[in-house]
Design a protein around this ligand. Structure first.
Ligand SMILES: Nc1nc2c(ncn2[C@@H]2O[C@H](COP(=O)(O)OP(=O)(O)OP(=O)(O)O)[C@@H](O)[C@H]2O)c(=O)[nH]1
Ligand SMILES: [Mg+2]
Ligand SMILES: [Zn+2]
Length: 307
């Protein structure tokens, strides 16, 4: 039978299928696409499962091919990667301006991962109610200035005050599988609870000492939204480690750099200091935002330092 993984703890799974919601185990090991994964099966996966009479349990036999997935380097196990979720229609990166502040570098890394499958991404600025200082308001304007023109809508909300949830966010969610991702403490679970009250996800205040989240959600979990939509709550991410990407490939995952590809003098241009580089010309003309180019270089150099 076919089913979809709603929750995965690593040792057992909750599936949704025509037989309703069931818990299942995994038989054997899967080797996939040459990736070393800390979680062979992720939330959002479609799987083939059987009921094993003898053990009185549902067993996952196989994973159906993934349409897409969001993957990052595991922070716990070197050389391993972790799939946040798979088969998603869109990603909501939940960010905050303060307590904790989400950096541009983090946002750009996440967007590289969504771009690698051309998954539409939104930047959801939560805690709009707490934007009192001038420099916080300026940061929000900067986010809008950078990302709106690139096709990543920047949407300001307050999960706490329910500001813009029903009017602005909900219309994007119907009939879609939406991933909620972001740092710990930005309010992903609070937002999910507002949109799906019966989800009843645990939430906890940000640490007073570090202004950072305390990693309340520990496993990704998918919840039905309306008739055919799903929302996936995920554990907070500290750093988004991108899997090895070839130098020449990286610019394909920056929408703003991608526009100029093929126009550089050298076909293997890395857009760093090569003569006749169309990307650097665009940067000088102000067609590419300097912060985005800075993120591009940071990722490029960081990947290099691993070789
Ligand atoms: N002021 C304000 N606080 C909020 C808002 N949304 C969430 N919070 C608070 O932020 C804290 C963290 O919220 P959570 O929903 O637990 O954050 P999370 O992103 O799920 O965190 P992890 O599960 O650790 O990844 C809680 O104290 C929430 O009440 C908001 O819109 N405004
Ligand atoms: Mg949470
Ligand atoms: Zn170039």
């Amino acid at each position: 039978m076919k089913g979809r993984v709603m929750k995965s703890t690593g040792s057992w799974y909750i599936l949704q299928s025509e037989k309703g919601t069931i818990s299942a185990r995994l038989r054997g090991k899967f080797k996939q696409e040459g990736l070393k994964l800390t979680n062979p099966i992720s939330v959002g996966d479609w799987v083939d499962w059987d009921y094993e009479e003898q053990q009185e349990t549902a067993v996952i036999r196989d994973i159906l091919p993934r349409e897409n997935y969001i993957i990052r380097k595991s922070t716990r196990k070197q050389q391993f990667s972790h799939i946040l979720a798979s088969n998603i229609d869109q990603a909501f990166l939940v960010v905050t301006v303060r307590d904790p502040r989400t950096s541009l570098g983090f946002i750009d890394r996440f967007l590289v991962s969504t771009e690698s499958f051309r998954i539409p991404a939104y930047i959801i600025v939560n805690k709009a109610d707490a934007l009192s200082k001038e420099k916080d308001v300026e940061y929000l304007s900067l986010l809008k200035e950078i990302y709106d023109p690139l096709g990543y809508p920047v949407l300001k909300i307050s999960a706490l005050n329910q500001e813009n949830l029903i009017e602005v966010l909900a219309p994007f969610l119907h009939g879609k599988t939406t991933l909620l991702a972001g740092h710990s403490g930005v309010g992903k679970s609070t937002l999910l609870n507002r949109l799906i009250p019966q989800a009843n996800q645990a939430t906890r205040s940000v640490s007073k000492f570090t202004s950072k989240g305390v990693h309340t959600t520990t496993f990704a979990e998918m919840f039905a939204f309306g008739d055919e939509g799903f929302l996936i709550d995920t554990p907070g991410i500290k750093e988004f480690g991108i899997l090895e990407i070839e130098d020449q490939e990286l610019s394909h995952y920056f929408v703003d750099l991608r526009r100029y590809l093929g126009q550089c003098r050298y076909h293997n241009c890395k857009h760093v200091n090569e003569p006749g580089c169309a990307v650097m010309e665009a940067l000088e003309k102000g067609e590419i935002h300097p912060y985005r180019y800075e993120s591009y270089l940071n990722i490029l150099y960081e990947e290099d330092s691993h070789r």
